[in-house]
Design a protein around this ligand. Structure first.
Ligand code: HEC
Ligand code: HEC
Ligand code: HEC
Ligand code: HEC
Ligand code: HEC
Ligand code: HEC
Ligand code: HEC
Ligand code: HEC
Ligand code: HEC
Ligand code: HEC
Ligand code: HEC
Ligand code: HEC
Ligand code: HEC
Length: 452
């Protein structure tokens, strides 16, 4: 609007735009108003059209599509009951297997404004979430799934009805997740070792909205995993000797992938690599003891024990916790020094033939017809341990014979001086003079008696 000035200035006349004066609403009409007279004048119902989104019918001024003529007192009743006010033009959701209860209870008007809205879908709330939260108050103060936090309810749910329970888009439960996490879902399907069979699929471990735990997990990681894996649970809780790494740090996830892996037991890496990530260097045991690093034993050019080269540390160690010292699956076959009892060697004899301590022809460690394993292991009151003479993970010399014979498992020891010959061998530890043995014939390198 141009403002007239008392002294016109011809050259540069300022032009001042002024907002239109606020419209004063007209009083409620007392006489009958017909549709032909119009309803959307500025001082009447015009402001209802002022919102960003206006229903097509309202924009056309087709009030009569929904309202009956004035029945007196400026009342324009609905043509049809609220439930069917919209379905004459919109067929929404009635043919779905599952219908949203909101639809049958308050009908369309539970969520939609029939005339106009700040939201594209004529929603009663300013946003989708604000609309839903009238009946489903949002959960706050927890770790939220990104689309839930962003209020994108209809990214996962069909607000009107769906053929899947919980009004889910995409499919039941976990199938819904595929819409955005296809790589994870596909990986569990093609992986050789997977968690695919978990009850509830993805929802067996995750909440789709919010959770108290990182990763939207239903429980803290250890508790979650142990809640289904009772056998491991009893290994962990019933352990006399526990393994710190199992219930600290990333817990189960240190070694296991939660979804899928090419390796048995869904391990993240081959066992030796997993274990060496901590046991490469020395570390302190729970009791302060030094636990020797194994990097040099496993990475070097030493000959690996067949059991280790198979890659299975768990063949001898109960990795989740166990009953025996050193997390061994059976009693440690080290310094024993009591009467001979075959059960003390159960660990080694779980793979090797226990006749090794019996007849002479069951071992190469013999002098003629004398089984020298038997001699050393069965001496009354002084039976030795396998690890007196053999290293367990790998050896630098033949037969994994130790370089140093340690005194009763201590760090103090004397050289073993073991030498192998074609039909026997010799050693000269502190226990005795250099002694030689001879089988009397050459067995060659082809066979390890008793080993599988
Ligand atoms: C698509 C159907 C439909 C059309 C078209 C429609 N209305 Fe309505 N109107 C309704 C419904 C349904 C209600 C009841 C709303 C409620 O109960 O919350 C309503 C209520 C009203 C109300 C009273 C409540 C309010 O929201 O203020 C007014 C005023 C109104 N309509 C005006 C109009 C005018 C004017 C037109 C035409 C320009 C129009 N309506 C066109 C469906 C319609
Ligand atoms: C007389 C027919 C008619 C009736 C009755 C009717 N609508 Fe509509 N509605 C339309 C038309 C036409 C459009 C515009 C369609 C388009 O743009 O594709 C529309 C669009 C819509 C939209 C989409 C708006 C958008 O921005 O995407 C919604 C939501 C909607 N109507 C809700 C309702 C509700 C709720 C009712 C009942 C209160 C209702 N309609 C009754 C004809 C009707
Ligand atoms: C529980 C709330 C809710 C109810 C009840 C509801 N709607 Fe909707 N409707 C929505 C939301 C939310 C959207 C927008 C979805 C989006 O944009 O992702 C929508 C979108 C629409 C649209 C436009 C997009 C489309 O899906 O075609 C129409 C038309 C519509 N609704 C009609 C209806 C009708 C008709 C009814 C009643 C029979 C109804 N709605 C009941 C929440 C509801
Ligand atoms: C007017 C109230 C109302 C509004 C608004 C509403 N709902 Fe509902 N919703 C219900 C009722 C009632 C149920 C049934 C609850 C029950 O059975 O325990 C329900 C159930 C659900 C369910 C579970 C379905 C099932 O099979 O149990 C989902 C998912 C849902 N609503 C999503 C939404 C979304 C998304 C929105 C917003 C677009 C929304 N609701 C808005 C009332 C509403
Ligand atoms: C990432 C997908 C996703 C998003 C986003 C999402 N939901 Fe859900 N919602 C689900 C799944 C999956 C279920 C089924 C959970 C189950 O079966 O345990 C569910 C269940 C529900 C239920 C019924 C069970 C319950 O918790 O009461 C309601 C109601 C619901 N959602 C409402 C909403 C609302 C409201 C929003 C937006 C604020 C929303 N949802 C956002 C996936 C989602
Ligand atoms: C509409 C898309 C969408 C759907 C459907 C969806 N998600 Fe998500 N999800 C996301 C987005 C976006 C993120 C955040 C990604 C990021 O931060 O990098 C996410 C993150 C996650 C995370 C990691 C959370 C964290 O804090 O580390 C988990 C777990 C997850 N989703 C599980 C699920 C499950 C289970 C389902 C099926 C019930 C599902 N999602 C369905 C979009 C979706
Ligand atoms: C056995 C429990 C379990 C099941 C079943 C499960 N997850 Fe997970 N998921 C986890 C754990 C544990 C994490 C790691 C959380 C962390 O690092 O904090 C995770 C992480 C995620 C992440 C975020 C990190 C990533 O890998 O991208 C997404 C997304 C995810 N899961 C989606 C899914 C989907 C989709 C399904 C169904 C196919 C599913 N999960 C099934 C336990 C599970
Ligand atoms: C909801 C129950 C459930 C939860 C929670 C669960 N699992 Fe499982 N898990 C199973 C089932 C069932 C199997 C059997 C394999 C299958 O069908 O997917 C399995 C298989 C496994 C396997 C493979 C065993 C084999 O034979 O190779 C490992 C390893 C495993 N789960 C570890 C975990 C870890 C780690 C967690 C925590 C992140 C966990 N599980 C959480 C149910 C569960
Ligand atoms: C230090 C690495 C490591 C950690 C930490 C670990 N595991 Fe394992 N887990 C393994 C190895 C190695 C195997 C293979 C054992 C075997 O072959 O007997 C295995 C096997 C399994 C199996 C399948 C075989 C069985 O014993 O039933 C399940 C289930 C399992 N682990 C669950 C768990 C759970 C639950 C946790 C956390 C509480 C966990 N693991 C922590 C290394 C680990
Ligand atoms: C995350 C680090 C970590 C990983 C990975 C790990 N450990 Fe351990 N391990 C420890 C710690 C710390 C100790 C000492 C504390 C204790 O006794 O629990 C230990 C103790 C042990 C012991 C007991 C030694 C003794 O003399 O008491 C054995 C045996 C063992 N681990 C074997 C393994 C095997 C086998 C693997 C692979 C399947 C493995 N560890 C993976 C951290 C780890
Ligand atoms: C053939 C059985 C066997 C296999 C296989 C085996 N170990 Fe051992 N491990 C033992 C025995 C026996 C001891 C005790 C040695 C001793 O006291 O001299 C031991 C001791 C240990 C110790 C403790 C060292 C210390 O100083 O206390 C760790 C750590 C260990 N093993 C890790 C591993 C890892 C990692 C693997 C797989 C790469 C593995 N073990 C494979 C039998 C085995
Ligand atoms: C998981 C099975 C397994 C266990 C348990 C096991 N071993 Fe072995 N061992 C083997 C395999 C496999 C070989 C290689 C056999 C071959 O080369 O023919 C082997 C070979 C040997 C050799 C011969 C090494 C060489 O250089 O010729 C000795 C010595 C030996 N083991 C000692 C032991 C001792 C001591 C124990 C107990 C601490 C033990 N083993 C436990 C599987 C095992
Ligand atoms: C006094 C030292 C000593 C003790 C103790 C000992 N070994 Fe041996 N072992 C040897 C020697 C030396 C050889 C090499 C024989 C040869 O090849 O000439 C050997 C060889 C082996 C072999 C290779 C196959 C064979 O019989 O020649 C295996 C397997 C073996 N020992 C396992 C064990 C087990 C298991 C124990 C404990 C039950 C044990 N050893 C205790 C010294 C010992």
């Amino acid at each position: 609007m141009r403002i007239a000035t008392r002294h016109p200035v011809p050259a540069v006349e300022p032009v001042i735009e002024q907002a239109p004066a606020p419209v004063v609403p007209a009083p409620r009409p007392v006489s009958i108003v017909t549709f032909e007279q119009g309803c959307t004048a500025a001082e009447c119902h015009g402001p209802m059209a002022g919102l960003p989104f206006v229903h097509e019918t309202f924009r056309r001024g087709a009030c009569a599509e929904c309202h009956q003529p004035d029945t007196g007192g400026h009342v324009f009743p609905q043509i049809t009951a609220a439930e069917s006010a919209c379905t004459s033009c919109h067929a929404t959701g009635a043919d779905h297997k599952f219908q949203h209860k909101a639809m049958s209870e308050e009908a369309c008007l539970a969520c939609h404004n029939p005339h106009s809205s700040r939201n594209a879908a004529l929603l009663v709330g300013d946003t989708i979430q604000a609309t839903c939260s009238r009946c489903h108050p949002p959960v706050r103060g927890m770790i939220a799934h990104e689309p839930y936090r962003a209020g994108r309810c209809t990214d996962c749910h069909d607000q009107h009805g769906a053929d899947n329970p919980m009004l889910l888009l995409g499919g039941e439960g976990g199938e819904n997740c595929r819409r955005c996490h296809a790589p994870v879902v596909t990986a569990t399907e093609i992986g050789t070792h997977t968690h695919l069979g978990v009850d509830g699929g993805c929802l067996g471990c995750h909440d789709a909205h919010t959770a108290a735990n990182e990763g939207l997990l239903l429980a803290p990681i250890g508790t979650l995993c142990l809640s289904c894996h009772e056998d491991v649970n009893s290994e962990v809780t019933g352990a006399r000797v526990s393994h710190e790494s199992v219930m600290t740090g990333a817990q189960c996830l240190t070694c296991h992938d939660p979804h899928t892996s090419e390796r048995a037991s869904m391990l993240r890496d081959p066992q030796a690599k997993l274990c060496l990530s901590c046991h490469g260097e020395d570390l302190a045991g729970a009791d302060g003891r030094r636990i020797k690093g194994l990097a040099h034993e496993l990475d070097g050019d030493r000959a690996l024990h067949g059991a280790v080269s198979m890659g299975e540390c768990s063949a001898c160690h109960s990795v989740h916790g166990g009953q025996y010292e050193g997390l061994l699956r059976a009693i440690k076959p080290g310094v024993l020094l009591g009467d001979f009892d075959i059960r003390n060697y159960a660990l080694c004899f779980s793979c090797h033939d226990q006749r090794l301590t019996g007849p002479a022809d069951a071992t190469r460690f013999r002098d003629g017809n004398r089984n020298l394993h038997a001699v050393h292991l069965k001496e009354e009151g002084r039976s030795g341990g396998c690890t007196d003479c053999h290293a367990v993970h790998s050896g630098s010399g033949p037969r994994m014979i130790v370089e140093t014979l340690n005194y009763q498992g201590s760090d103090w020891g004397t050289p073993m001086n073991f030498e192998l010959t074609s039909d026997g061998g010799s050693c000269a530890p502190a226990c005795h003079e250099k002694l030689s043995y001879s089988r009397g014939f050459d067995l060659g390198e082809t066979r390890n008696g008793g080993a599988p």
